[in-house]
Design a protein around this ligand. Sequence first.
Ligand SMILES: [Zn+2]
Length: 147
Amino acid sequence: MSIEKFKNPVDIESVRTRIVECPTMKEVHDLIEQILPGWIIEYLADYSADYQHLRYNWKEACKMIGVRPAKIMIVEYIGFTDEYSLTRFFAEFFTHVGFVVRSRAEIITCSKCNLALPGRTEHEKMKNAGLQVPDVWSETCSKCKSV
Ligand SMILES: [Zn+2]
């Protein structure tokens, strides 16, 4: 995957203005699709029950902002340098209305129930941090594995 295509367009200020003026999230989505095609990969309903702390953190973050949890938004790339600042702007915009925005490198999707699971590296980090996570990483959640 080349991240080059997710660099800021030249008219970044007008993009910010247009996004903020969108009346619905559907229009925000469509506008982002126009500006950075392929950036948004999918929307997931929730994290798998295997990762209760991720569910908890999301709900607490929403409580603090005063919004209801919406969806987990999976995108190709969130850049931390200036030339990718629009990807951060989009991510923050969605976060403020109740979404969790994560990159595909961090979050995968259980192929059976479509809930969000951390990727292998993220799982390892959580495990090392002493968080309550499944002992062994899997690309299928434990509920789906047991049926
Ligand atoms: Zn599952």
